[in-house]
Ligand binder design. Structure first.
Ligand code: ZN
Length: 150
């Protein structure tokens, strides 16, 4: 692990993916993948279906913007996909805004996206909006950290 935030060190943004956990409600919302319940002994656990192979998995990986699959499929099909942390952050911010019903085509530049304050759509629950907005703020932080000019 290299030092982070060093003054004249280039931030390393070579490989980046997002892991979604089927046990987490916010991960279901953000990934737009619905989890289902499976019996594990006498307990009930939540699992995702891999969009590529249909396998039951606890974790899905977003290995490139919009490409979600299980670990096995990720290794088989996308060995060399590389997206930077910054590209991912930009993509996630726009995706979350779209989930909030914001017409992202109206933005002219990233300054507008960053300054935009989303409003909860009438049909959306307070909880879902709160979770989405938290994620938006999290990705804004990643965006700012990656685009710092040194
Ligand atoms: Zn799979």
């Amino acid at each position: 692990m290299g030092k982070r935030g060093g003054h004249n060190k280039k931030k390393d943004c070579t490989f980046w993916y997002i892991r979604y956990d089927a046990q987490s409600e916010i991960d279901e919302v953000i990934s737009e993948q619905a989890a289902h319940e499976v019996k594990a002994g006498c307990a009930i656990q939540k699992r995702f279906s891999c969009p590529k192979c249909n396998g039951d998995v606890r974790y899905l990986y977003e290995i490139a913007p919009g490409i979600v699959c299980c670990r096995k499929c990720a290794n088989l099909n996308y060995p060399s996909q590389q997206w930077s942390e910054l590209e991912f952050a930009k993509y996630k911010i726009l995706q979350i805004l779209q989930q909030m019903d914001v017409d992202t085509w109206n933005f002219d530049n990233w300054l507008e996206v960053i300054r935009f304050k989303p409003v909860k759509p009438d049909y959306m629950s307070e909880m879902k909006f709160f979770l989405l907005d938290n994620e938006r703020v999290k990705w804004l932080t990643v965006f700012f950290n990656c685009s710092k000019i040194e």
